[in-house]
Ligand binder design. Structure first.
Ligand SMILES: *Cc1c(COP(=O)(O)O)cnc(C)c1O
Length: 431
């Protein structure tokens, strides 16, 4: 442990009246997105030219993004939800189909399937990566399964090799939800270019922030053209070559319009220029934080092991693993209250498991006379409490850590000290 951290361990906890580890908040350490005059200029140009609804700048952004992502095609969307819906349509998800998806994710990884007449089966997560557990997928595959949506959760890459092997064995398509993991690497390869299609949010809070926006990336011309045909009717003329889509050029199959606002595309072009450098700094800062906490009881990093070629990208919504057994059984809520009292930034951080929500159990969204999830699958595939134990237990075993945007060693050390001090003295609070 660093001498500064060590010195703080014996001080009285702030929640018990002692001095704070972080006496002064440093908001600029966390501010996101980083908007500089180059972004402002680019957005102003779009506004002044009245080009908000065009797609010339969006197509430039797409070409640049595809190059960065390492895929043949990139297609801009108005948000991540629409990019995920288009990806599902792109791989052919349709009426009566099933997708498999982790329960622990934002709803847009799964619920767009309903718009296509398809239903959802949830798989559990791996307790270390918090991503879909490759060992919990295969027994959930049915004759109706068409696709698996995998989520690189809070930046951690999914274990893609076994997942792609499962897809190949069963003839399934893999959709990567990259909304948390822009630029993250899996064994040296970029997340979003590993499955059959990648789809991602670029809303203002995500690690690649352009306002409200989304992107679909693929090497597969059929998936790309189907996505264009689905939500980009004015672009179909140029992009569509497949004979099965040609007759429908001019109107969107399915009736959606997913065009990206060009103020967002213009900001995206600027963000992309700076993204790798910003991510490199975030990675240095976040790894510094966790390296400082090495050996502190009860707190473990949520990051891939060093030396594997896998990285966390921009560390969106970073988490730690909480091990109450090593902390005198102190519940995570009480731990977080004490860290907050030290001036540390923390939070609960993880999503509520989707399979327990009423929308997946009782909602009859389209007046079928039975819950949508059952109506679309033709069988009751609901998953009761207790069925996905790792996902359900996570709330008590994870915590949000500060999302540093700058690598300032002295500041990071103060934040790390807040977590270490409370963990070291957990026994005093666990009564
Ligand atoms: C944010 C998010 C989305 C949805 O993106 P929007 O841009 O908000 O529509 C989808 N999946 C995950 C995992 C997300 O975190």
């Amino acid at each position: 442990m660093s001498p500064i951290l060590a010195a703080r361990q014996t001080e009285k906890l702030a929640i018990l009246g002692g001095p704070k580890c972080v006496p002064l908040e440093e908001p600029d350490l966390f501010a996101w997105p980083i908007v500089i005059s180059e972004d402002e200029q680019a957005v102003l140009e779009v506004l002044r030219a009245g080009k908000m609804s065009g797609w010339d700048i969006t197509m430039q952004f797409e070409a640049e993004f595809a190059k960065w992502q390492g895929t043949k095609f990139a297609l801009g969307h108005c948000n991540g939800t629409s990019a995920l819906l288009a990806a599902m349509f792109g791989v052919g998800v349709g009426r009566g189909d099933e997708i498999i998806c982790p329960s622990l994710t934002y709803w847009a990884s799964a619920l767009p399937a309903f718009s296509l007449g398809a239903s959802v089966v949830f798989a559990d997560i791996d307790p270390d990566s918090l991503c879909i557990d490759p060992a919990d997928i295969e027994h959930r595959i049915s004759p109706r399964t068409r696709a698996i949506v995998v989520v690189h959760y809070c930046g951690h890459p999914c274990d893609m090799d076994p997942i792609m092997a499962i897809a190949a064995r069963h003839g399934l398509k893999i959709i990567e939800d990259v909304s948390h993991a822009h630029g993250a690497l899996y064994k040296g390869r970029k997340c979003g270019s590993l499955g059959h299609v990648g789809a991602m949010s670029m809303m203002a809070g995500k690690s690649f922030p352009i306002g409200e926006g989304g992107m679909l990336c693929t090497d597969d011309r059929t998936i790309y053209e189907r996505a264009v045909a689905f939500g980009h009717y004015e672009r179909t003329g140029g992009a569509i070559t497949l004979p099965e889509l040609k007759p429908f050029v001019g109107l969107p199959m399915g009736g959606y319009k997913f065009r990206m606002n060009q103020t967002c595309a213009a900001m995206g072009r600027v963000q992309l220029k700076h993204y790798d450098a910003r991510v490199a700094e975030i990675q240095r800062a976040m790894n510094r934080f966790w390296d400082l906490l090495e050996g502190v009881p009860g707190l473990r990093p949520h990051r891939p092991a060093a030396g594997t070629g896998s990285t966390m990208g921009g560390w969106y919504n970073p988490l730690g693993h909480y091990v109450p057994e090593e902390l005198a059984g102190l519940p995570v809520e009480k731990f977080l209250d004490a860290v907050t009292a030290e001036g540390g930034r923390c939070g609960r951080g993880c999503n509520f498991p989707l399979h327990l929500h009423p929308v997946l159990n009782t909602a009859d969204a389209f007046r079928d006379g039975t819950p949508t999830r059952i109506a679309f699958a033709g069988r009751d595939l609901r998953q009761p409490a207790g069925s996905l134990p790792v996902s359900e237990a996570l709330a008590g075993r994870a915590f949000g850590i500060p999302w540093f945007k700058h690598d300032r060693p002295a500041s990071i050390e103060r934040y790390a000290a807040a977590f270490a001090k409370v963990a070291t003295q957990a026994g005093k609070l666990a009564v």
